[in-house]
Design a protein. Structure first.
Length: 388
């Protein structure tokens, strides 16, 4: 049993180690020119170092390994192994540009190994659509692999503007930690909150840093994606440690609400590419954050707006649950809100702008008042963060 004092020490250690590892990682990336260079689909105008995932990994792995050694936490070893392998895969992709199909196959293998090691599957719909019994492994295994790879890549694909992917990682992990606390899963609760703590130092440098700005890189985004997949597998597996006594709680809807915008935006982008006759793995500039940038939002404004929408979906799910909404209603509410925030907003604003309607013009006028990156306060904040 992990004591409250141990919790606090491990969380503080995660933050401290991630903060201390940031500078050496940044210098190494700069010295070896491991950089994200501008091109037609990138939003920056100069090369940015991109090994942020390595610094974050130090803050995550060391506290969790210590916890594993002292408290013998179930399944933690397999989760850490899968996360380490995904980090290595992402860093190798940053360095050598691994073909998308090969990376996809390796991700499937790693997800399968995680499922095998932890014996966790998405094999229980927890009452959704009246399904109260575990589903067959022949359906649960492919469903879990597809879901795991989909979650991992949805996090990878939102890594396009400052603060979005790391900010999402902090928010989602804190939400998952609250869920696991409510369900009485202390191991996964610690796992999530340590990950959130390790992401905070990187988030501040990524958003506010000027000379110390660094990107996650594929190593960092795939690492966060694997963390999300671990949380979902633990939450949706048919196991007494994750079952809630409250039968009105829509666990599937809750997991989907936390993942809502990254997952639904990825689905939208993939289908749009297929309809255009392109490979769904082909990179482009049609993600939700690109749409916000094209409307005139700043990087910070884009990240803050999208994360606020995602959090709002979780809050509205919670209100529906507390007001007595059934499990199916909770699920369809989350689906509707997610589609509205991604598909509806993207194509609605695109149509409005193409036809030069008043909404887009007024929206741009409002956005112009939210630009704060050139303010004196922002400049002072940048200097403070760079000096840390």
């Amino acid at each position: 049993m992990i004591t409250p004092t141990a919790y606090i020490i491990l969380i503080a250690l995660a933050f401290l180690l991630s903060w201390l590892a940031f500078r050496p990682t940044l210098r190494w990336a700069q010295h070896h020119h491991v950089e994200d260079r501008p091109n037609t689909r990138k939003l920056q105008d100069h090369p940015i170092p991109m090994l942020g995932g390595v610094a974050i990994a130090v803050g995550i792995f060391v506290p969790l390994i210590i916890a594993q050694v002292y408290f013998r936490l179930p399944d933690m070893g397999y989760q850490l192994t899968a996360m380490a392998a995904m980090l290595v895969l992402g860093v190798l992709d940053d360095l050598y540009d691994i073909p998308a199909w090969l990376r996809f196959l390796i991700e499937m293998l790693l997800v399968w190994l995680l499922l095998w090691g932890t014996e966790s599957l998405i094999d229980d719909f927890h009452g959704l659509w009246g399904i109260t019994m575990p589903i067959s492994i022949y359906l649960a295994l492919p469903l879990s692999i597809i879901a795991g790879v989909g979650i991992i890549n949805s996090i990878n694909l939102i890594d396009g503007v400052d603060g979005y992917s790391s900010g999402y990682g902090i928010m989602a992990n804190l939400l998952f930690a609250a869920v696991f606390h409510m369900l009485g899963c202390p191991t996964q609760e610690l796992f999530s909150i340590v990950a959130a703590a390790a992401l905070i130092p990187f988030f501040f440098h990524n958003v506010f840093g000027r000379t110390t700005k660094m990107y996650l890189g594929d190593g960092g985004s795939l690492l966060i994606g694997m963390i999300m997949a671990c949380n979902v597998f633990c939450l949706l597996s048919h196991s007494p440690k994750t079952l809630s006594a409250d039968t009105s709680l829509g666990i599937v809807a809750l997991a989907l609400a936390i993942l809502s915008i990254p997952v639904f935006d990825t689905i939208r982008v993939m289908f749009a590419r297929i309809f255009r006759g392109q490979s769904p793995l082909l990179p482009d500039k049609t993600h939700l954050h690109h749409r916000y940038i094209s409307l005139g939002y700043s990087h910070v404004g884009t990240s803050f707006t999208i994360l606020s929408q995602n959090l709002l979906i979780v809050i509205l799910w919670w209100i529906c649950y507390r007001l007595g909404g059934g499990i199916d209603l909770q699920f369809w509410l989350v689906v509707f809100l997610s589609v509205l925030a991604t598909v509806g907003f993207y194509y609605g604003t695109e149509y409005d702008e193409r036809h030069k309607n008043r909404v887009s013009k007024r929206l741009r006028q409002c956005i112009s008042h939210t630009q704060i990156e050139q303010s004196a306060f922002w400049m002072r904040l940048q200097k403070w963060v760079d000096a840390l």
